[in-house]
Design a protein around this ligand. Structure first.
Ligand code: SF4
Ligand code: SF4
Length: 377
């Protein structure tokens, strides 16, 4: 959590050089400096220096800019004055969140039902495991109940638990984990939202309550490793849960890259790899996905490590700008004209590409092909 004093200290570091402007996908999409990282800080400086001039109209403008951000971290990466802008934005969102009814609803969904969709949390595993009984008849035996233990926990996350697109990704993950003979469990209804969406709304205290529950269950299950495919969950598990440091917390690609030395069926294909911002900038996971892809016989075509427009709740606060960011990416990377698919390892990025008509796969969906597991079960 960033305190008001810390925000003030960070603000003082900003020399207003403007280096962060052109790198910001929001600025590129809007060409409006008020929405750029430096523009957002201007509002804040004005609020602090001249509170009497910061009337309701300015406050509303500020609140709009602070939520028009994909929290991609590119501004932080480029800032040589070490202004942690995303920390400031997260803290500042706390005061403005009530201006956005859809965000308020998401916050209530999580507080009431422990997931972003406000659905009965017991459905967390039911929705997708029902589609897997043919392939995994014993899947229920892997769903946690009190007293159960497992070496590894597959932390599924809200998006993958409730949205149909990801059933195939989960199926692929399960096939690979069973192939590796892993002793793993899924928390089902005992998995609560990791709190990452609440962090993006500036509601860290509420997020911490969910994390206390997850941490307790993880410790009770005597787990040594937690794996997740969702970069937001990964960040929340590593940075915000108070999990015993002896427990390894890994992204799916790190886990599989560690476990798999070689594959029987080299794919010999070229794919464009999208670095999910939260995985790449926040958790610094860049080597493992590329290493795994190389082992699979996939030649990675690099793209600019830029945002897909799907982060920071931007799809909820301004779908038009989120789409413009993706449209610019499609054009810059020639994704419409070229016949090459995109591969990634984040459920949110995957959906953002697919919703824009770009054929996109999770790495694990190809990994099952490389391991000859597609028709195994
Ligand atoms: S790059 Fe850093 S110092 Fe320069 S304007 Fe942006 S936040 Fe301020
Ligand atoms: S985090 Fe990303 S979207 Fe937000 S202001 Fe910085 S560069 Fe722009």
């Amino acid at each position: 959590m960033t305190s008001k004093t810390e925000v003030d200290e960070l603000l003082k570091k900003c020399v207003q050089c403007g280096s962060c402007i052109l790198t910001c996908p929001i600025y590129r999409a809007t060409l409006n400096e008020s929405f750029s990282p430096r523009g957002k800080l201007y509002y804040l400086k004005l609020k602090d220096a001249y509170p009497e001039k910061f009337d309701d109209e300015l406050a509303k403008e500020y609140s709009k800019t602070i939520f028009t951000c994909a929290v991609c971290g590119r501004c932080v990466e480029i800032c040589t004055s070490e202004v942690k802008l995303t920390d400031i934005f997260r803290e500042e969102r706390k005061a403005s969140v009530n201006d956005f009814p859809k965000l308020v609803q998401i916050g209530e969904n999580i507080s009431d039902e422990m997931n972003v969709y406000g659905l009965d949390n017991e459905m967390r595993a039911e929705t997708w495991t029902m589609e897997l009984y043919d392939d995994f008849p014993d899947i229920d035996d892997r769903i946690y109940s009190d007293g159960m233990t497992g070496d590894t926990i597959l932390f599924v996350g809200c998006l993958m638990s409730f949205r149909n697109r990801h059933v195939n990704v989960l199926k692929s993950i399960l096939k690979v984990m069973e192939h590796l003979d892993e002793n793993f469990i899924i928390l089902g209804g005992e998995e609560y939202c990791c709190g990452h969406p609440l962090d993006l709304l500036g509601k860290e205290e509420e997020a911490d309550k969910l994390r206390e529950h997850n941490t307790e269950v993880i410790h009770k299950a005597k787990t040594t490793t937690i794996v997740t495919d969702c970069p937001g969950c990964l960040e929340a598990l590593i940075d915000h849960h108070k999990i015993d440091p002896s427990v390894k917390i890994l992204h799916m690609t790190e886990y599989f890259d560690e476990k798999i030395e070689s594959v029987p069926n080299k794919l010999n294909i070229k794919l464009k790899y999208h670095d999910p911002c939260e995985l790449f900038r926040n958790s610094e996971v860049t080597t493992a996905p590329r290493s795994l892809l190389k082992k699979m016989g996939v030649e990675v075509i690099e793209m600019e490590p830029s945002c897909c427009g799907g982060g920071g709740m931007l799809r909820v606060t301004d779908e038009g700008i989120a789409q413009e960011i993706m449209d610019q990416r499609i054009e810059k990377e020639n994704l419409e004209k070229e016949d090459t698919c995109v591969i990634t390892c984040c459920p949110s990025c995957l959906e953002q590409y697919e919703q824009s008509g770009v054929t996109t796969w999770d790495i694990t969906e190809y990994l099952v092909k490389a391991l000859n597991l597609e028709e195994d079960k």
